[in-house]
Design a protein around this ligand. Sequence first.
Ligand code: SAH
Length: 513
Amino acid sequence: MKDKTGTVCLVGAGPGDEELITLRGSRILAEAEVLLYDRLASPRLLSGVPEGCEKIFVGKREGNHSASQEEINALLVKKAKEGKRVVRLKGGDSFVFGRGGEEILALEEENIPYQVVPGITSAIAALETAGIPVTHRMEARSFHVITGHTALENEKERFLQYGKLEGTLIFLMGVGNLPEIVKQLLKGGKSPDTPAAIVEQGTCIRQRRIDGVLGNIEEKAEEWGVKPPAVLAVGQAAACHMISENLPLSGRRIGVTGTAAMTGKLEKGLKDMGALVYSAPYLKIMPTETLKKRRPDWKSFSWLVFTSANGVNQFFCQIKEMNLDIRALSHLKYAVIGRGTADALWQYGIRADYMPLCYTVEELAKGLAKELLKEDRVLVLRAKEASGDIHKIWQEQEVTYEDLGIYETAVDEDMAGQLWQQADILDTITFASASGVKAFFSAGKNCSEGEEGGYGQKEGNALPGTMICIGQKTEETLKEYVPAALWGRIKTAAEYTVTGLIQACAETMPAKR
Ligand code: SAH
């Protein structure tokens, strides 16, 4: 029998923002057995591959040897011949200066089956997110995507010819060669007054737009210290600013942290209000064995208590694995800490019987104690590392209860570290738990090691402008890490929910730093 041959799929990752990969691209990523990726792909896309997927970095990293194109081609062929489903993830679109064509030729030579999934190219998207349309009625009737890189000696005056074109000229990989590009376009016929703009790190949290005209764009790029990746646009369209300043969060840069469920909701809400969002779901919910081992006698309890939506979801997931028929719980009453948890419970068709007015563990404990009858027995299902003074309050009130830690949170330290690197650009960051705060600062400590002062001592410049907490416990934990002089930059949401966090972001003016 013939050996099983694998397949290779070239997937365009889009320009940076991980939401800008196609639906098909992300589905194929989720089925990858081997992933080859380079620097331009958003690091968060990497969490879209299955657990056991082999991830191979083949891009350039400062100071390190990067794989040559031949080595990448050979690796694609080798992995496919091992029978693997190989995904080659490339920034933007694979065929826009992505050397995708060369990889395809190498695969064809070996008769390896392949597919190509289109991506959104930075040539269009980086400009678009900064307000520059590549074509515009009457003003720009074509666009031309040009490499700013000149590899060949005899092509020294290659840019001259573009000086005569009327449409929008879009240069990729042009930062290093900017003086030459400008010089030749002027010599080739462009006026020095032609609008020109540079978009650096388009669609990403550090996106910057530098405006000018052909006659001064080089000087401006120097002044602003423009670095790759950046796109240069030349032509009337570069004078457009098609970006609304009237959305509630226009111009804001907000970092969101927590579990994927939490950051997903925050990211959506904040982006829809116009913010640039850096999402760092570095907390992962892991089930514990506690519930399975304990196998509670449900009949002996009268109340179940949940202090988070995660607790609710974990509980229903775990009892399903335990083969429990849900009718065994029909006699129980349910107490929740707040609306988010109540909503999660309602997803399973259950209305909460008790919810305190103020969403804290203490209020829940005190309030529920008043509702209880003498014979009631309470089962609390929450995080293993959960805090809050339930015990003290209930012991005083002589409540009969049991507290089970049915899940715990694990930290993706790399992801927290990546967020820390972006912290200085953020005008706002949100924290949805004390564990999220701890993970952020512990990543910061690792990043700052060796740097004089470390975090908190560079007059707070390493920290985001405003730090928004979901509740008091999170705030208390944050204050353990942030110097007292900067406490003015800490805010706590009025309502302790995702909506409350979003509202707090909208109500906060970015702090001046
Ligand atoms: N295949 C990619 C381009 C690869 S060439 C695509 O379709 O987008 C790499 C160049 O793309 C960079 O030098 C820069 O000019 C541009 N680029 C990629 N991502 C970018 C981004 N987020 N913002 C601005 N330019 C970007």
